[in-house]
Design a protein around this ligand. Structure first.
Ligand SMILES: [Zn+2]
Length: 270
């Protein structure tokens, strides 16, 4: 699993009341304490749209449990998934760069909970809390990387490889042993027809990668899935590690990411 607990001054277990969200857990105690009064815990019902593309961003949601799809509209009726957000991230994090309108829609795939903060409260907090600002900027960088890698992936790799990568990413972000996902959900997420998912599920299950149990998928062999997954999964893991280690400025990092993304997409379509 590539999502690790980030460095924090607290190093306390979740049972003590610390948020489960990894961005919030990365903050020093003083910053978390100042932020806590303006964080509101809410339930995330499956199929709820947290943000609509093209509409103003009113709240940022730090995901505590569950899984959110980032959807790009391709025509009036259809949208494809370009990213996944779990307890590693926050919906609406782009406000840290000054954006006030959502570029993508955000749809709850697996229900759970989130800590919600209004954009006004977050703006005030960002001016005063440097570690929060750095954590969100780092996450925006990873999100840009994920969106671009997903685009390159869908043009270049087989469905079985993409499915293995998707399952690993969902598993990392949900931190659940059993994922409450259906073949319909995966078909919508990966932009393919249901029979294509059904065939790939069957093949992966026969290889012992996972077991299907009443609307849930239990991962049995993560190492096996990693061997099947395309390089996109490993690229994103490495990128995550690089962001954690990076000493260069976040703005420079984001500019480099965009340049890299365009290069990858160009390679994929050429
Ligand atoms: Zn790929």
């Amino acid at each position: 699993m590539w999502i690790e607990e980030r460095e924090t001054g607290l190093a306390m277990p979740a049972e003590t009341g610390l948020p489960r969200n990894l961005l919030l857990r990365s903050l020093p105690f003083e910053e978390l304490e100042r932020l806590s009064p303006v964080l509101q815990k809410i339930a995330l019902a499956p199929r709820r749209v947290l943000q609509h593309a093209g509409l103003p961003i009113e709240h940022v949601f730090f995901i505590e449990e569950g899984l959110v799809s980032v959807l790009a509209k391709v025509d009036e009726r259809n949208a494809v998934e370009v990213g996944l957000i779990g307890r590693d991230g926050a919906v609406g994090s782009i406000v840290v760069l000054g954006a006030d309108v959502a570029a993508f829609s955000h749809f709850v795939q697996i229900g759970g909970s989130a800590l919600r903060i209004s954009v006004d409260d977050l703006s005030r907090a960002l001016a005063e809390l440097p570690r929060l600002r750095a954590a969100l900027q780092g996450y925006v960088h990873l999100s840009l990387m994920q969106v671009s890698q997903t685009a390159a992936c869908s043009l270049s790799h087989s469905f079985e490889q993409r499915l293995a990568s998707w399952l690993l990413m969902a598993h990392d972000r949900c931190d659940m042993t059993q994922l409450p996902i259906t073949q319909d959900l995966v078909a919508r997420s990966l932009g393919v027809r249901r029979p294509t998912v059904s065939n790939a599920f069957k093949q992966l299950a026969e290889r012992g990668a996972f077991a299907k149990e009443r609307g849930r998928v239990r991962i049995l062999d993560r190492a096996g899935l990693e061997r099947i997954a395309c390089r996109c999964y490993r690229v994103l893991c490495r990128q995550c590690d690089a962001v954690k280690r990076s000493k260069i400025g976040r703005k420079t990092l984001i500019a480099l990411t965009l340049a890299f993304a365009l290069f990858e997409i160009e390679l994929a379509v050429s």
